[in-house]
Write a protein that binds this ligand. Sequence first.
Ligand SMILES: Cc1cc2nc3c(=O)[nH]c(=O)nc-3n(C[C@H](O)[C@H](O)[C@H](O)COP(=O)(O)O)c2cc1C
Length: 202
Amino acid sequence: MGQSHSISGVADTDALMHVIRTRRSVREFTDQPVPREMLDQMIEAATWAPNHRHTEPWRFIVLEKDGEARARVADCVYEWTWNYVKNPNPERRARSSAEARDEVLETPALMLVYSVPGMNEEVTHENYAATCCAAQNMQLMAHALGLGIGWSTGRLCKAEEVHKAVGAGPDWTIVGAFFIGFPESLKDAERAPVEEVSTYLN
Ligand SMILES: Cc1cc2nc3c(=O)[nH]c(=O)nc-3n(C[C@H](O)[C@H](O)[C@H](O)COP(=O)(O)O)c2cc1C
């Protein structure tokens, strides 16, 4: 059968909900490398996100394990943590800087996701929203593939030097750093029931 263009019944809703519901943020991984094909599948899923005016405003930068770019970024994160994380105790300061650097070096796959600006503030804002949708598509595909993925807006995003080190455009906005690998474990989670967060008006 070719591609379906019907407006209903294109997906198994139970399977879809299962993927959505069981995805958890993961930051602890096995040593197993992440195949490039899986990263490409994730990026392809991301690119099917809605985007107003068809701007396709997302950019994905993958930092290969053991690569030079990963090492440069790890150094930036070390520096940033040393300079900005408040910690008067020099030993703890050195330890937390080294831990932040090591997480960057050791994560099986690491991806930075940026949105590009539009012709005005409104479009730039929409581009950012679209890139967040892309990021979640990517997370769901990762989970469906058996990978774990963690979205971070922490040090990697805050350290300006990181963006220079990976060649991001000076006007791009960082949406997140994504830690990716085969998960050590998956936690359970809860969400508020639909009735608590929704209002139906007539
Ligand atoms: C925009 C955004 C930024 C996030 N930044 C961080 C972060 O910096 N550090 C972190 O540990 N988790 C981060 N998270 C993950 C959330 O903490 C996580 O989604 C939340 O705890 C719910 O858990 P779940 O994703 O497993 O359902 C971020 C999530 C989003 C959507």
